[in-house]
Design a binder for this molecule. Structure first.
Ligand code: 5GP
Ligand code: ZN
Length: 112
């Protein structure tokens, strides 16, 4: 499949890997927007959050379990932000479901 993140999962494109199990991959963003910026993605290709349904929603719970472990290991005890951009107007540029985890600086609200 012609999907950037599926190629990263397949090892066809390198990444700075943070965590991997049979269901998910976590790796650092190539263009970090905070001192800590990594992505957690399902290995199953799901295009965006709008494709989450009763068949595949378990992966989202697992992703948030992984996020909790990773932020603890990275000592983001002052807080962090989890972002999912969905669709063109949501600012999604890679059409494979992913959650951004940003930390290490104060975040602002509302986001741009
Ligand atoms: P989106 O804009 O779809 O929410 O997020 C896509 C993210 O993927 C962006 O933050 C972008 O910097 C990151 N990204 C795009 N291409 C690559 C790549 O080849 N490797 C890594 N590690 N991150 C990438
Ligand atoms: Zn994909």
């Amino acid at each position: 499949m012609d999907c950037l993140f599926c190629k990263i999962i397949a090892g066809e494109i390198p990444c700075k890997k943070l965590y991997e199990d049979e269901q998910v991959l976590a790796f650092y963003d190539i263009d970090p927007q905070a001192p800590v910026h990594f992505l957690v993605i399902p290995k199953q290709h799901i295009a965006c959050a709008s494709e989450i349904d009763s068949e595949n929603s378990q992966i989202v719970a697992h992703i948030f379990e992984v996020i909790a472990k990773l932020v603890a290991s990275l000592k983001l005890s002052d807080g962090y932000r989890v972002v999912n951009n969905c669709g063109v107007q949501g600012g999604q540029t890679v059409p494979h479901l992913h959650f951004h985890i940003l930390g290490g600086r104060d975040m602002t609200w509302p986001p741009g």
